[in-house]
Design a protein around this ligand. Structure first.
Ligand code: HAM
Length: 431
């Protein structure tokens, strides 16, 4: 019986792996140049960590298991609660603000569809320990910095920015009761993905009347902060939330990321822990699912047993990003395997032993070296060297004579084995 991989998972053959590394290398490069340090967490945690404050949707998508001691565990569907747990454990020792990034492998028991799989990689950028809008602006800037780095322009991708407190204020303002707010946020989050009729039906189902739905829709369609101020003028705390949104947009403009960003109150986010500005990155045609999403989550550390500390950040998956880059022709055409410095070849079979010795000496010196398992003529071995992308071939002519061939130019120089060893088999200095 032939076995197959599980639906919604991917095999990474070397060519796919090179592509994955190309993306994750860019994530790491951009994180580091923006001043973030890498961390990681275990692949599974106690189940409660992910059911405490992430919300219904993610709780339904957990791959959970029970260990032999009867403890309830879950494979991580996101890393944010684990980050909060880790920071809480060392809260007094860590200098703030904490600027950390991670590239975890995550699992969600989703229905596999275009852009959503059951196993994926997700770049996370988070700043903990600052209440300043500057921290939110910096996270958005990092996302934009990456998008620009991989060649996506503002006409192709946009960061759409909303505000949880303003959305809550608008809901309260039209009489939606506190007990319905969480459910209402979940319905509003779906608005862009469903028809107006489906949206209306979902809102009615949680007890909102048609007038309330119309008012909230009008609020969500506000195009600028001035219009927003009018729409939520009466609501408590709304003025401050509008100020923050305005400052965020100004910071992004000042940092040179403004052209990628737009206000969009239809962005609510599915996760329950967000408390401030929220945002999602979409392709401008909005043909694909979100490329990234994040926002401010000032209560999560406290909910998980730590102090009240401001936190903000985002996650960007590799799946939609990969689809978009492919559609736009922005993926590098050929990603070569790590190239070999030297391919060692024997002129005749008696020198085979010397081939292994030389390869061993080259590798011990830190050079990428390889050789053919087949003892065949020089021409065939050279062909293999070219196929492997080697820069040079060292052809052993006799125990004391080496011909070094540059495989790009075809140029060849001869030298004694002693000279070859002195030049190529002494330790390569580490960078
Ligand atoms: P999220 O919106 O659940 O947020 O996921 C963020 C991104 O991860 C999505 O926009 C998408 O690119 C990718 N993603 C999510 N689920 C899948 C899936 N099933 N298949 C492929 N890609 C997926 C979070 O996870 C938050 N913890 C992000 C965050 C960090 N907020 C603050 N800090």
């Amino acid at each position: 019986m032939a076995f197959q991989g599980v639906k919604g998972t991917r095999d990474f053959y070397p060519d796919a792996m090179r592509l994955r590394n190309w993306i994750t290398d860019a994530w790491r490069r951009v994180s580091l140049r923006n001043g973030f340090e890498e961390y990681d967490s275990p692949i599974f945690e106690y189940l409660d960590l992910f059911t405490a404050k992430s919300g219904q949707e993610i709780a339904e998508q957990l791959f959970s298991l029970t260990d032999r001691g009867g403890r309830n565990l879950a494979i991580r569907p996101e890393i944010t609660p684990a980050l909060a747990r880790m920071v809480n454990a060392r809260i007094n020792a860590l200098p703030r603000p904490i600027k950390w990034f991670s590239v975890p492998r995550l699992c969600r028991a989703e229905n596999p569809q275009k852009g959503r799989l059951r196993e994926f990689f997700q770049w996370n950028i988070d700043i903990i320990g600052s209440d300043d809008v500057l921290a939110d602006a910096e996270c958005v800037f990092v996302a934009v910095d990456f998008l620009r780095e991989v060649g996506l322009s503002p006409s192709e991708v946009q960061v759409r920015i909303g505000s949880r407190p303003l959305t809550v204020a608008a809901l309260r303002g039209c009489g939606v009761g506190d007990e319905v707010i969480d459910k209402a946020l979940a319905v509003l989050d779906k608005r862009a993905k469903i028809s107006d009729q489906e949206f209306l039906d979902a809102a009615r189902k949680i007890g909102m009347d048609d007038a309330q739905v119309r008012t909230v829709m009008r609020f969500q369609d506000c195009a600028g902060v001035a219009e927003l101020r009018q729409a939520v003028a009466e609501a408590e705390g709304a003025g401050e939330a509008c100020d923050k949104l305005e400052r965020l947009m100004a910071c992004l403009q000042a940092m040179g990321a403004g052209d990628y960003c737009a206000l969009d109150l239809r962005v609510v986010r599915g996760l329950a822990y967000y408390t401030g500005v929220v945002y999602e990155v979409f392709d401008t045609g909005q043909n694909l699912r979100a490329i990234a999403g994040g926002g401010r989550y000032d209560n999560l550390l406290a909910v998980l047993g730590g102090p009240q500390v401001g936190a903000t950040g985002f996650g960007m998956g590799d799946v939609v990003l990969g689809i978009l880059l492919e559609e736009r022709g922005r993926l590098p055409e050929t990603l070569k395997a790590a190239s070999l410095d030297v391919f060692v070849i024997d002129d005749r079979p008696e020198l085979a032993e010397l081939v292994f010795q030389t390869v061993g000496a080259l590798r011990r010196a830190g050079r990428a070296a390889d050789f053919s398992y087949k003892r065949q003529n020089v021409g065939k071995q050279l062909k293999e060297a070219n196929k492997r992308g080697a820069r040079q071939a060292a052809i052993l002519k006799s125990p004391d004579l080496v011909a070094l061939k540059n495989l790009a130019t075809g140029e060849q120089v001869e030298m004694s084995m002693t000279e070859f060893q002195e030049k190529y088999c002494s330790l390569v200095p580490k960078p």
